[in-house]
Write a protein that binds this ligand. Structure first.
Ligand SMILES: NC(=O)c1ccc[n+]([C@@H]2O[C@H](COP(=O)([O-])OP(=O)(O)OC[C@H]3O[C@@H](n4cnc5c(N)ncnc54)[C@H](O)[C@@H]3O)[C@@H](O)[C@H]2O)c1
Ligand SMILES: OC[C@H](O)C(O)[C@@H](O)CO
Length: 366
């Protein structure tokens, strides 16, 4: 196999320092062996920036998410952008020096889900920082070239690290089939909820309501993209829903409701906020089982859908939404820290002090 290697970051000499979780609250910086191309369709990427996701923080705190349990030391991180430093001989779309957003999950490409157009649901998915697979808070990363998305000149590498959560939002809003003029209510104003609201607006929704339990998050949502905000009260789901409908002039209900919180009261409010014949999409992930208002679903003939990660075209559209200025992801970046400060950055996310914090790669000067 022939490959080419020339760039400012030299993979032969640069560090492959990795931020590793040994067990809950026990992290370490370890210089791991550099990855190599596995076949001629791969590229080797120097990781420039990685955002911290709630799931990274959950693994750091608890060592597990559901049945995904960290049994061996695992590199954290999966929201990354980087620079191609080596390209396999069969790679035609990318070249050394290209800046890319890194899709961090690699499906088998052969199973029923993959061949049926739902590769995100592949049972053999190898997803970064989901045990047993290592993540991207490391110096270098090998990926199939078709899971790397070239960033246009007007998109920075820092914005490129936000493509991952934006792709999650694109998938959720696509599941909802939002059309121009519609009303959309999004429960949760964390990064995913904020980006769902922004994507819904970019798709043509004219009323976009953000709901949360934290006032500062709603203040940001209002400045970011939402037409209305509502702070959830300690009242019944029906009462919160009635308040949201009144506040945003939704009449009998919203065309689309999205849960991006994973919280039981919020999910219940969704079903009472959606209009007859409307659509509800579950994007948030919380407890396995909750009390769910099934009669509201039946009596209003609500279309209910789930949404998991991202699939065909979602990353591509996410990059286009940033490049066209329709979703200003840079506004979500609260802080950019050096690799050595990764653990402190995790603490800040846990304390809720930031919207999105980026960690520079180990070879990045911050
Ligand atoms: N479907 C997927 O593929 C996918 C991918 C990434 C994240 N997620 C999930 O999406 C959700 C949002 O992710 P995030 O990174 O923005 O998380 P986050 O924790 O930053 O945001 C969640 C928000 O929900 C708010 N909230 C909590 N209870 C609420 C309630 N009762 N009503 C309204 N708001 C409430 C919180 O205050 C917070 O602002 C999480 O559940 C996460 O696990 C799903
Ligand atoms: O954005 C993708 C999500 O964070 C992942 O699915 C996460 O839950 C880890 O598996």
């Amino acid at each position: 196999m022939s490959t080419t290697t020339t760039t400012t970051i030299n993979p032969k000499t640069a560090s492959n320092l990795s931020f590793i979780l040994n067990k809950p609250h026990d992290v370490a910086f370890v210089d791991r062996p550099k990855p190599t191309l596995q076949n001629e369709h791969d590229v080797l990427v120097a990781v420039n920036y990685t955002g911290i996701c709630g799931s990274d923080v959950h693994y750091w705190q608890h060592g597990a998410i559901g049945h995904y349990v960290v049994k061996d030391p695992m590199v954290l991180g999966h929201e990354s952008a980087g620079t191609v430093v080596e390209a396999g001989s069969a790679v035609t779309e990318l070249k050394v020096g290209d800046r890319i957003a890194l899709e961090p999950g690699y499906p088998c490409r052969h199973c029923e889900a993959c061949l049926g157009g739902h590769y995100n649901l592949c049972p053999d998915m190898r997803f970064a920082a989901t045990p047993p697979y290592d993540g991207t808070l490391t110096g270098f990363w090998t990926a199939p070239a078709d899971f790397c998305y070239k960033l246009p000149d007007n998109v920075t590498l820092q914005e490129g690290a936000l493509v991952e959560p934006l792709a999650v939002a694109v998938h959720i809003v696509r599941q909802a089939v939002v059309t121009p003029g519609q009303s959309v209510v999004v429960m949760g104003a964390g990064p995913v909820g904020l980006l769902c609201a922004a994507v819904a607006k970019a798709f043509g929704a004219t009323t976009v309501v953000s709901v949360d339990i934290v006032e500062s998050k709603l203040n940001f949502a209002k400045s970011f993209c939402s037409t209305h905000t509502y702070i959830s009260q300690r009242v019944s789901a029906e009462e919160n829903a009635a308040n949201i409908r009144k506040l945003a002039g939704l009449g009998s209900g919203a065309d689309v409701v999205i849960d991006a919180s994973g919280a039981e009261p919020s999910i219940q409010t969704c079903l009472h906020t959606v209009r007859t014949g409307g659509t509800y999409v579950q994007g948030g992930m919380g407890r396995d089982n909750i009390t769910f208002p099934i009669m509201a679903l039946c009596l209003k003939e609500v279309t209910a859908k789930g949404s998991f990660r991202y699939g065909s075209g979602d990353y591509k559209l996410a990059v286009e939404l940033i490049a066209s200025g329709k979703v200003e992801v840079k506004k979500l970046i609260s802080e950019v820290v050096a690799f050595k400060d990764a653990e402190d950055a995790f603490k800040k996310v846990k304390q809720g002090e930031v919207i999105k914090i980026l960690i520079g790669g180990p070879n990045e000067k911050i």
